[in-house]
Ligand binder design. Structure first.
Ligand SMILES: Cc1cc2nc3c(=O)[nH]c(=O)nc-3n(C[C@H](O)[C@H](O)[C@H](O)COP(=O)(O)OP(=O)(O)OC[C@H]3O[C@@H](n4cnc5c(N)ncnc54)[C@H](O)[C@@H]3O)c2cc1C
Length: 291
């Protein structure tokens, strides 16, 4: 399978890339790791006039801390997050989620930003950024804007980004409170997309939950933020009954469909079990977290 012909550019700087997007509008497509875009080009589901390859551009990689934020560059590859051994405890979910993505070939090339912008409801990073309550920073030739993760995913493969915008970083508010997360995923075989996966994040203050985040993968038209389940945890001591109630509410928020990976009923119950399991792991990690 061959893609339709396109003009290929590999700009050296973000400004150059943004300039190309401003000129080309809808006709251009950004490429980061190419792990989702290249199959789309080959299948001719996407036929852009120009591919703007930002994959080797410098400066949008790695995890850093400044001004009260932990920042993850959009071009950070899955493998680099999988092998991040010195992340703050608050980001304990990242290496775990990265490890579940595809296989080493894809993890070596694919980027966290590419995955978020691709907005596949079966993508793992979407649920992680929802659970973390992250902000997504977009740049265009006109400047920068910040989009809350909860407002970013608008439908299957559809985001709040304009065609002239590039996602540059993912920001998480740095917290001095103990926090931790967990990512649980059920897949049919190694490397498969999720049958169901759940991202859970908790922050503790004096033994009570001060913040909770829950993101659901592969059980709806987008990654889903289980808002009612999150609210049910805040201000409570996280005992078994509170955890079970949050898990029940998260399962109610899921909108699974029956398909080759399992029945809707089965998937909803996996959400419930994974929220319970994830909360217990996240709470244990928060209690022993480095802040
Ligand atoms: C065999 C296989 C198995 C996979 N399994 C999984 C899995 O289990 N879980 C999972 O989550 N994913 C999986 N994926 C997808 C993989 O994670 C991709 O790496 C990811 O979805 C896209 O990242 P990328 O950097 O390759 O983006 P690209 O393919 O380069 O781009 C994807 C889309 O995002 C846009 N884009 C990319 N970067 C930016 C940016 N910075 N700003 C604006 N727009 C941008 C592109 O225009 C394109 O529309 C799998 C892929 C393959 C091929």
């Amino acid at each position: 399978m061959f893609p339709a012909a396109f003009d290929y550019r590999a700009p050296a700087s973000l400004d150059e890339a943004l300039g190309l997007l401003a000129q080309q509008g809808d006709a251009a497509k950004v490429m980061a790791g190419g792990q989702s875009l290249i199959p789309l080009l080959k299948l001719r589901f996407a036929q852009p006039g120009m591919v703007v390859d930002i994959g080797r551009m410098r400066g949008l990689t790695g995890v850093s801390r400044n001004d009260g934020w932990i920042t993850i560059g959009a071009l950070t590859r899955h493998v680099d997050l999988e092998r991040s051994y010195d992340l703050p405890g608050q980001l304990s979910m990242l290496p775990e989620a990265a490890h579940w993505i595809a296989d080493p070939l894809v993890r070596n090339q694919g980027t966290i930003g590419g995955s978020i912008c691709h907005a596949d409801p079966s993508g793992d990073w979407g649920s992680v950024v929802l659970a973390l309550g992250a902000d997504l920073v977009a740049r265009s030739a006109n400047g920068e804007r910040v989009i809350h993760a909860a407002d970013f995913f608008q439908g299957p493969f559809t985001t709040a980004l304009g065609p002239d915008e590039i996602l540059t970083e993912i920001r998480v508010a740095s917290s001095s409170k103990p926090a931790g997360g967990a990512y649980n995923k059920l897949e049919r075989k190694v490397g498969d997309f999720a049958t169901v996966a759940v991202a859970v994040q908790v922050e503790l203050d004096g033994g009570k939950v001060s913040r909770a985040g829950i993101g659901l993968t592969s059980v709806g038209a987008t990654n889903i933020k289980a808002t009612e389940a999150e609210k049910s945890l805040v201000g409570r001591e996280p005992n078994d009954a509170v955890i079970a109630e949050a898990a029940r509410l998260a399962a109610a928020a899921a909108e699974p469909k029956t398909d080759v990976r399992g029945s809707a009923e089965f998937k909803r119950d996996v959400v419930r079990v994974f929220v319970q399991r994830g909360l217990k792991t996240a709470l244990a990690r928060a209690k022993e977290a480095r802040v």
